[in-house]
Design a binder for this molecule. Sequence first.
Ligand code: PMP
Length: 460
Amino acid sequence: MNSFTKEIMQKDKDHFMHPWTIFDVYKTDGALPIETAQGNYLEDTDGNRYLDAVGGLWCNNIGTGRKEMADAIAEQVIKMSYANPFVDMTNVPATLLAAKIAELAPGSLNHVFYSCGGSTAVDTAYRLIQYYQNCRGKHAKKHIISRDMSYHGSTYAAMSIGGKKGDHPAEFDFIDDTIHHITAPKQYGQHEDKSEAEFLNFLLNELEQKILTLGADNVAAFFAEPIMGAGGVIIPPVGYHKKTWEICKKHDVLYVSDEVVTGFGRLGHWFASEDVFDIQPDIIISAKGLTSGYLPLGATIFSDQIWDEISEDGHGRCFAHGFTYSGHPVACAAALKNIEIMEREQLLENVTTLAPYFKAKLETLSDLPIVGDIRGHGFMWCVEFVANKETCELFPEEMDIGKQISNHADAKGLIVRPVVHLNVMSPPLTLNKTEIDFIVNTLRVSIEATLIDLEEQGYH
Ligand code: PMP
């Protein structure tokens, strides 16, 4: 470790409180200081190079360090770095981007409210839903249904809507009187006693019963990620989204699709809701891949029906919500260039072309004794590790098996994301076959190295 790395790590520990840091571990181990990034690769302050198979944090869709992006951002800064978006002033990039998003989004989702990222886009959806239901006189429609193991962000409402147990520690308060969580659509290791069709019926029945128990007149919306990301790349049973959407429509419950991860190409389509799961939600939430992480931006995309209701003539209404940086011109210029690059380089096609290869390669890992499940879609994958393949028994959480494996991968130049029992991957959409081979080969040797460690720890 060179002296600059030591200095950065020390200053980091002293002053930069990271999101989601486990303090005990951080105080001893610190954080890996990344200094440069180009394309699909990162380099740390010691000059070690890594293939970033997580795409930053599921957000780097076009690869980092593109001059074209830097130029678009710089040009916009010089032309007009900021204009007030409130009330009666707009800016050109924000307007053009809203029109472009409307063109790409399914059905009648023609309206965009901008925020600063995924969490604020979820909170915006939460407020928009309340506003809409009140505007149409449905004042009792206050309850939200979401799922266990879901992640929707880190602001107060977004975190309350999320359903990951570990994200709701006793030290925090959450909205728990009007937000309800139902079973996650995860079959592997949890509902093995049922066939896929039985499991689907169980989930659908649970949703409908929840709506009926609360009273359809009291339920405002259902939130769902097309594929749960942070909860562990959870692929629902076939037909799940279509059928839950139909149940929502039947009971006049808005369907909110959180596409913060799955939007903008990750599953080989601009939006997964319609193109992969055949639904037209009332609201889609987007962030991350919208700018490929070059600048922060979130978008809450909503239907004509919601717009027509809230903006109906003659009421003098105002949606009293918004951020200084709603529709930030520089972030919107970055998003427009990002979309242009994806279109020109046909990156969505790259995902659909290479996804079967990625899947087949990853599946070669299934001979390893602790690889329990391999699942994903497009460029969104995970490997789930188990102590016993027959029973799907997990390793004790405190062993942090995902982290043990990803530590070995780090040392071999590969970044994957450890999520307790999993290693998660969401690489840039520019990934090629050679890089897929590198990811899978490196995962294999990292798992094998962990098996040796486990032997040494006396774990059989
Ligand atoms: N929704 C989903 C599905 C997410 O995965 C995330 C972030 N991982 C968010 C919302 C929150 O986004 P942000 O971190 O940009 O606030």
